[in-house]
Design a protein around this ligand. Structure first.
Ligand code: C5P
Length: 395
């Protein structure tokens, strides 16, 4: 839970700001809202105050002490864990880049302590966005450590197609949480690291409509992808069948069979610093999948012959070079630690995470993390807690 200062400036996308406010509140954050004078024309202060469940800050409050906050721009800047400006107009961006302080919002930005992250979400006409003045302002801000979200492309309010739309509320929430994490963990070892994750279940077709697969949900892989991205890593997420919502910020590569997954892994292996094999890969596939749908016939037994699938983790273990870290999973029902260690050695993994049957499809997990060096630690909690436990342990 963080204290988010949401600054709303006067672009047409301001009408979307109540949804951003709601996304922050639903995620458990405490929010104070500052509205510029121009934004008041585009979004109702009453709507925002109703959703916030409290007073919101307007330009008319700039030099007021009426609400018990001494000098609002100073009090607000001292209160915040993060400042998010969404939408940020060209005018407001220029104001904060140049250190201007004529509005409550820009004055608050100017008064913000240096360690507090600022997330700027530009939204404007594409010509204004690509104008050299705006480009220069964005450069100034990003050199100062301000996080700037990538505007979406599409139909703009002025009727033209182009870049300049405000990203959706979920994206702004994710970028905000990432900025808070990055700024508060200055020694974070994952910044800039390249992480390749396999997740979900593979499906092996026996005919054009039927396949064999397993119950894997992809949740553990999604938690790993999400937490690695939040820690500043670049993430490629190779995903089989799953029951998870899209993971923001990562490059997702959808695959179906074990062979597709292996191909995607081999194409990206050289790129990766850390590889996590969390996919539940079918060990076998039909030797000769039927081109036509298999018909029910007069016989009571259907025989299909299955052949071995590639062991993706094993292939990675063979090919990985010095400096690349391979992390694998083991789902064991007996002799958990002993079986996991032998799996780690056989597949040349650096770390193995061992869990029981309860892990399948569940939101929580209870695991032991075993390293090649012999050290072992246990973690219980949500899959995100476990993912964070793993990242904390990696060199
Ligand atoms: O299935 P098994 O217990 O051997 O899986 C252990 C590890 O190997 C897991 O990390 C899993 O993702 C990986 N694996 C794989 N390709 C397979 C089978 C397993 O990458 N064909």
């Amino acid at each position: 839970m963080s204290k988010i200062l949401l600054g709303i400036s006067g672009g047409i996308a301001a009408y979307k700001s109540p949804e951003i406010l709601r996304a922050f509140i639903i995620a458990g954050h405490e929010v104070e809202v500052i509205l510029t004078e121009a934004a008041e024309q585009l979004v109702s202060p009453l709507a925002l105050a109703t959703l916030a469940g409290k007073k919101i800050w307007r330009q008319s409050d700039f030099l007021s002490t009426e609400y018990g906050w001494k000098i609002p721009h100073i009090s607000l800047s001292k209160w915040a864990d993060v400042l998010v400006i969404a939408p940020c107009t060209a005018e407001t961006m220029s104001g904060i880049a140049r250190g201007r302080a004529e509005s409550l919002l820009t004055a608050t930005a100017l008064a913000l302590p240096e360690h507090i992250p600022v997330v700027v979400c530009p939204a404007m006409n594409s010509a204004m966005l690509s104008n050299a003045a705006t480009v220069e302002n964005m450069k100034i801000l990003s050199q100062r450590g301000v996080f700037i979200t990538e505007p979406d492309s599409g139909m703009l309010a002025c009727g033209t197609e182009g870049k300049g739309r405000l990203p959706p509320p979920e994206a702004i929430l994710e970028e905000t949480e990432r900025a808070i994490y990055e700024k508060s963990n200055m020694t974070n070892a994952m910044r800039g690291k390249k992480v390749l994750i396999t997740a979900g279940a593979t499906q092996e077709y026996i005919d054009p409509v039927r396949f064999i697969s397993n119950k894997s949900s992809g949740k553990m892989g999604a938690a790993l992808a999400k937490t690695a991205w939040r820690r500043g890593a670049q993430v490629k997420f190779i995903l089989g069948a799953h029951s998870i919502p899209p993971v923001y910020g990562v490059e997702t590569i959808d695959v179906i069979s074990a062979n597709d997954m292996l191909k995607a892994v081999l194409e990206n292996l050289e790129w990766a610093d850390i590889i996590v094999a969390s996919a539940a890969v079918s060990d076998y596939r039909a030797e000769a999948p039927s081109v036509l749908k298999i018909k029910r016939e007069e016989k009571s037994v259907l025989s299909i012959s299955f052949i071995e699938n590639p062991d993706i983790a094993f292939e990675i273990g063979k090919l990985k070079h010095d400096g690349q870290i391979l992390v694998g999973f083991a789902l064991e029902t007996n002799d958990m630690i002993k079986n996991a260690i032998s799996k780690m050695e056989r597949k040349n993994m650096d770390v193995i995470i061992v869990n029981g049957l309860a892990a399948l499809g569940s939101d929580a997990n209870d695991v032991a993390i075993i390293r090649r060096s012999g050290s072992e630690s246990s973690f219980a909690g949500s899959k995100e807690d476990i993912a964070n436990g793993l990242w904390d342990e990696l060199p």
